[in-house]
Design a protein around this ligand. Structure first.
Ligand code: ATP
Length: 330
């Protein structure tokens, strides 16, 4: 049984899709199929999109019957939305005749290295299969997730996890104490494809650093912070020299370590505590870059997808948190 829970109200269903951070990522090499071989340590954080699903009747015979509504800029509404493609896949898989309306309330920044589109897609796979009573085997659901993207399988399972192959082959990592993190987003996207295209053979490493990081998870925030790694950083830096400034600003403000998440551009600072994270955020509000957005979050263990209206950051909750924490968005 996959670890998730959903809030079901008649033919509506809400799934909370948390963001992920990669606290460790090494690129082991380039595969013959063009993908890269990765070893990555992933954790979910308490920043989440809320995905509401509703069964609808297709307007016309032969139409897809899938509608996506999302008010966030930069998020496609139609077939280019990963959530739309997830709905299409699950609809075909289950040979379902009805359609689906998908409402995405975005809290996860777009094209930020936090897996927002993948999280929404996983929420749709799980939510629609539940809504339509499809009882798919977990292995089948994972296969569909992999078709959508190598980040999607993580969102169907448990946090934290170690991802191998193209990042999609996941192994459980024992839960560790939650880490307080400060996320800094510079306010522009860094396309994943462009970052990978800039990789050079010198960027390929053997996975030792990620394994060392995972072995240190029980030793506290400082031990983790000194072992964070991302082999995509040199490639990202060649596209965005400001990456070094964000990392330096986080460290100057008191972060124990700083690392880019996924293919960026969001940078994660590890803090000693939640109070320290709030101090770092406050310091960046006065000394950070002009368009930086800064969030305080924490890593979360357990199922990545979760009940719609609980403790985490749906947009309403995110807005309350921003008010409480004074998110630096200038
Ligand atoms: P990736 O590493 O896969 O690019 P990411 O976490 O960096 O993921 P996403 O927020 O998933 O970034 O956005 C990547 C691109 O996917 C965006 O440019 C956006 O146009 C597109 N996209 C498609 N569906 C979604 C969605 N549901 N939410 C956000 N972006 C989406």
């Amino acid at each position: 049984m996959l670890g998730f829970s959903v809030l079901e109200r008649g033919r509506h269903l809400t799934v909370r899709a948390r963001a992920k951070v990669n606290l460790g990522l090494e690129v082991l090499g380039r595969r013959a199929d063009g993908y890269h071989e990765l070893l990555t340590f992933l954790a979910a954080i308490d920043l989440a999109d809320r995905v509401t699903l509703e069964t609808i009747q297709p307007e016309a015979p032969g139409s897809s019957g899938i509608e996506v509504a999302c008010d966030a800029p930069g998020v496609p509404r139609g077939r280019d939305n990963l959530a739309w493609r997830a709905a299409e896949l699950i609809r075909r898989e289950g040979q379902v005749r009805v359609g689906a309306r998908i409402r995405i309330a975005k809290a996860i920044p777009v094209a930020a290295g936090l897996g927002g589109g993948s999280a929404d897609a996983a929420a749709v796979l799980v939510g629609l299969s539940r809504l339509w009573g499809l009882s798919l085997a977990p292995a089948r659901l994972l296969a569909l997730a992999t078709k959508l993207g190598m980040d999607v399988p993580f969102f169907l399972g448990q946090s934290p996890a170690l991802g191998a192959d193209r990042g999609e082959r996941l192994a459980a990592v024992p839960p560790h104490q939650s880490l307080a993190v400060v996320l800094v987003n510079p306010g522009f996207p860094l396309p994943t494809r462009d970052v990978y295209a800039r990789l050079r053979p010198v960027d390929f490493t053997d996975g030792t650093r990620v394994r060392t990081l995972v072995a240190a998870l029980g030793d506290g925030a400082a031990a983790v912070a000194s072992r964070v790694v991302n082999g995509l950083e040199p490639a990202a830096l060649s596209l965005w020299p400001g990456l070094g400034d964000v990392k330096a600003a986080l460290l100057d403000a008191g972060a124990l370590g700083a690392v880019m998440s996924g293919s960026g551009p969001t940078v994660i600072g590890i803090a000693a505590s939640r109070a320290a994270a709030l101090r770092i955020r406050a310091a960046l509000a006065t000394g950070g870059g002009p368009r930086w957005s800064v969030w305080v979050a924490r890593t979360v263990a357990g199922p990545v997808l979760s009940i719609g209206d609980g403790e985490d950051a749906g947009p309403a909750k995110a807005r309350r948190q921003e008010a409480a924490w004074g998110v630096a968005k200038r």
